[in-house]
Structures are given as C-alpha cells and as structure tokens.
Design a binder for this molecule. Structure first.
Ligand code: ZN
Length: 240
C-alpha cells in the first residue's frame, strides 16, 4: 500500500492507494458507481456502494470512502484539520467536465477554503505511456487552453522518459501525429486554477503502465489482453 506524506501527516485521517486484495484495505468502503461524470455526492448512512452514479464522494463521518482506477487519477482530499475528506476519480472526461471545481465547492460550502486542503494524486498513467491522438489534442487545446496560457500545455510531442525506472516497457507510438498526455499535470493545473497551491498537492511518480506490473493499467491491459484485470483502490477515512 502506498501513502502520501501530506495526508499521512494529518491527525485523525487514514488513507491508502492499494490493490484490491491488499490486507490494509478497509472491508467496508463506500464507492460510487463511477461514470466519468463531474458529479460528487455526500456519503450517507445506508447508501449502497456501486449503485449511485457519481465520481466523487465527500464525508465528515468515519466511514471509509474510495475510488477505483486503472490509469485515471485517484485524487484524495483532506482538510488540514482532518474534519472532512473526499475521494475523486479523475479521468480526462470528468476532469474536463469540472469535477475538481465541484468538489472544491462542496468543501467551500462547509467553510473549508482551498488553502485549508491537502491533496494527493495517487498512481496514474504518466505521459511516458499515455499516447493520445492529434484530434484529442486539438479539441483539448480549444476547450481547455485557457488553463495553460502562461504555462506549458500538459502534453508533449516527443515521448518522455518514465520518471521511475520501468519494470514494464513503455508502449511504442501507434498513431501518426499523436502526443503524450500528462493527465496528472492536467489535474495539477485544474487544482491550481481552483485555488490550491502546488505545495498543498503531492503527486505520485508511479506510472500505472510502466513502473510495475502490480499497478492496474487499463491501457497496458488493452495492449496485453492476457493480463488479469485488476484495479487500484484509493481510500480515505476519518479515524476518530
Ligand atoms: Zn509509463
């Protein structure tokens, strides 16, 4: 199980980024029926896991909440006082549709401003392994380009090297004119646009595709269909 230092330092909050069979994963975890939406909900007693369509969940109760991913961003939030936590599934669709702004509004509605948060982005596919088409980039630039007017766009046309030495070979380019998309970099831009400072955000360097076969990667499995299907379980809970 992986942990983020900034969340581990918050009293009264426990969390982890783990595999589905990890013994440290809590037994009773609430999870939404994830649909790549921008919807976030409040945990309520009696809600049945995997039945409510949404991609983010918040709580000030002690019941553990989680998201499942395999390449997308698992994003865990906690107020610095530990009184409120959230788990968000950040695929490019949900991110583009505004799920980060939506979860920040829920915190703000409870009097928790952006500067009162700690945020951790767990293992996800990195630009070393995330090839996207020319058309994807064109659409993204026209719709989201305001986010990187004064910064570097979250992709490169040259395949970047992995941040961590890879146990699995990164994929070769499969399309002409493609680019290598930085999903966690895009998540960072959105968090910062919503008022969270870079030093409040911890980003895992793990690439789900290439760092190790123990991390679930939807993209790797499409290239290697013989692999068993698995998921990353990212959970957070108040402990008091
Ligand atoms: Zn990679």
């Amino acid at each position: 199980m992986h942990q983020a230092e900034n969340l581990a330092a918050i009293p009264g909050v426990d969390h982890g980024f783990c595999s589905i069979d990890d013994p440290l994963r809590p037994d009773e975890v609430f999870i939404c029926k994830q649909v790549h939406s921008a919807s976030v909900i409040e945990w309520q007693a009696g809600q049945v896991a995997n039945t409510i369509e949404a991609d983010g969940v918040l709580t000030h109760h002690a019941h553990p909440i989680a998201v499942i991913t395999a390449d997308c961003l698992p994003i865990l939030f906690a107020s610095k006082t530990g009184e409120r936590v959230a788990a968000v599934h950040g695929g490019w669709k949900g991110l583009q549709r505004g799920i980060i702004a939506n979860v920040m509004q829920r915190f703000a509605a409870e009097g928790i401003a952006a500067d009162q948060l700690q945020v951790a982005i767990g293992p996800s596919i990195k630009p070393c392994c995330y090839e996207v088409s020319e058309g994807f980039i064109a659409d993204f630039q026209s719709d989201q380009g305001h986010l990187w007017q004064h910064a570097q766009a979250p992709w490169s046309f040259v395949q970047p090297a992995p941040l961590q030495s890879p146990q699995m070979a990164p994929p070769h380019a499969r399309q002409a004119g493609s680019a290598w998309f930085d999903l966690s970099g895009y998540g960072l831009l959105l968090l910062q646009a919503a008022g969270v400072k870079r030093e409040q955000i911890e980003v895992s360097e793990v690439c789900t595709y290439c760092t190790s076969p123990t991390f679930a990667s939807y993209r790797r499995r499409t290239h290697q269909p013989e692999e068993a299907k698995t998921l990353i379980y990212s959970w957070i809970a108040r402990t008091d």
